[in-house]
Design a protein around this ligand. Structure first.
Ligand SMILES: [Ca+2]
Ligand SMILES: [Ca+2]
Length: 463
């Protein structure tokens, strides 16, 4: 196996909603029986109730949440946007009689009118084709809230990475389902079906691949640096493929990802190929939203083929160049959050102080990132493109055969054909910070399965 010996696990191979709450409180009964008037509910004084309203046309509800924001939903319960007070919690919300605005009052008496169109609802309703309505009102997510933004407003976004990160940083909220025939634009999110992976559209661009000689922790195989042109936008999985997503694939196809996963079956540092360890049982507990592990390169490719068939789109692994471009998200520093590995515990799941308690011989960071093994997808901050867990959590297979940069294609393509080692990127929960850098490169026999190794999907976009 073409593996380097490092202090990393796999190298040891060589060695419901508020509306529901309203239903429980019986208040929806009030608004639903009076859709022809400006429905209005007030928070009972001294009680943990709520204020809510129904739009005059009966299409939307607005309910004040415990955090003082008004949450607007469609009548069927689908979330569409938030209205907040300028600086104080809201205590009252109504729709105006003409239905064109949401009128809110905050605890200090401040009145605010928020046009319905500002929530994107009007743009959605005016979209020329019914199939485009959802997309015309693409959701943008921001810390602490979310809102709908019209297609026209979206066209005015700059591709400022920091701006995109703010908009996309809400991992618990799913991307909208992309209507057939719609080409997603850079800076937006989508998924192709109900259970498909969330995708982020990253813009085209040029970047410098590899690390400078001055980068701390650098390995020689990260250079020489070279210029790469990612010529067209592409869709990248927002998260690593999860256990639940992989389970859907195996149920649908009968695919058997075998055992003999490289793992630590007893949690006592006796790592090795373990016959009984596999993706359903990697020798540590996982939630269904954790990234799937013990997946070899062929398993990942089989998943892509199935997902492509299910959706009619071209799903594939990222090339190595695309992966680094996506991980850097416009940055040139060792990590997408900067150069300071000591800040890493807020940004990535790697080998940390918690891991050292179980594995005293490991090189780790000095901080506690909260996870010994895998973390649920999206547990850490996204990078500027809105992608999660590019640094750490699980290391990720990419398409390329292993090779040095002098012979690799310059335009982001992958060497094709049979090869004895495929590239792995990003490092994992078992790796010290220096092995989680954007430029770090690993490689492995494509048949190997490791309890810290998974993958991420990409999708080619039509021209
Ligand atoms: Ca960790
Ligand atoms: Ca990762």
């Amino acid at each position: 196996m073409a593996l380097k010996i490092r202090n990393r696990i796999w190298t040891r191979l060589a060695s419901a909603s508020l509306l529901a709450a309203a239903v429980i409180a019986g208040c929806v009964f009030l608004v639903r029986t009076a859709p022809d008037i400006e429905a209005h509910l007030s928070r009972p004084e001294g009680q943990a109730g709520f204020a809510g309203a129904l739009s005059p046309d009966g299409q939307f509800t607005a309910v004040i949440r415990d955090d003082g924001a008004a949450e607007v939903r469609r009548a069927d319960g689908e979330f569409v946007g938030l209205v907040r007070g300028h600086a104080a919690p809201l205590v009252d919300v109504q729709f105006t009689p003409d239905g064109k605005a949401v009128r809110t009052i905050d605890v200090e008496g401040g009145l605010r009118l928020t046009p319905v169109s500002a929530l994107g609802l009007r743009d959605a309703a005016l979209a020329p084709e019914p199939a485009l309505r959802e997309w015309a009102a693409t959701r943008l997510w921001r810390p602490g809230g979310a809102q709908l933004v019209s297609a026209a407003a979206r066209a005015e976004w700059s591709l400022n990475p920091a701006s995109l990160a703010r908009q996309l940083d809400a991992p618990s909220v799913r991307a909208p389902i992309l209507p057939k025939g719609v080409r997603p634009q850079p800076g937006t999110m989508f998924r192709d079906c109900q259970d498909c992976p969330d995708m982020v559209v990253v813009p085209s661009g040029k970047f410098t691949m590899g690390s400078p000689a001055s980068e701390e922790g650098r390995n020689d195989d990260e250079g020489p640096q070279r210029q790469v042109d990612i010529a067209a936008p592409l869709a990248v999985g927002r998260f690593e493929v999860t256990l639940e997503q992989f389970r859907q694939f195996t149920r649908a196809t009968g695919h058997s990802a075998g055992g003999n996963c490289f793992a630590d079956p007893l949690g006592n540092s006796e790592w090795g190929g373990t016959p009984e360890a596999n993706w359903t049982s990697p020798a540590f507990p996982q939630s269904l939203n954790d990234p799937v592990v013990c997946i070899n390169w062929e398993d990942a490719r089989s998943y892509m083929a199935w997902l492509s068939g299910e959706t009619g789109h071209s799903y594939r692994l990222l090339t190595e160049a695309e992966w680094e471009y996506a991980a850097r998200a416009g940055t040139t520093t060792a990590y997408s959050f900067g150069t300071d590995a000591d800040r890493g515990c807020g940004h990535m799941n790697g080998a940390d102080a918690r891991a050292r308690k179980s594995y005293p011989d490991w090189t780790t960071s000095g901080c506690d990132d909260g996870y010994l093994n895998t973390a649920p997808a999206g547990s850490f901050a996204a990078n500027a493109f809105g992608l999660y867990d590019m640094h750490g959590n699980v290391a990720e297979w990419v398409e390329d055969c292993d090779g040095d940069y002098s012979g690799a294609p310059p335009e982001g393509g992958a060497p094709t054909g049979e090869c004895s080692a495929r590239v792995i990127r990003g490092g994992s929960w078992g790796d010290a910070p220096q092995y989680l850098r954007s430029a770090i490169r690993y490689r492995s026999d494509p048949g190997n399965r490791v309890s810290s190794l998974g993958f991420r999907v990409a999708r080619t976009l039509p021209p």
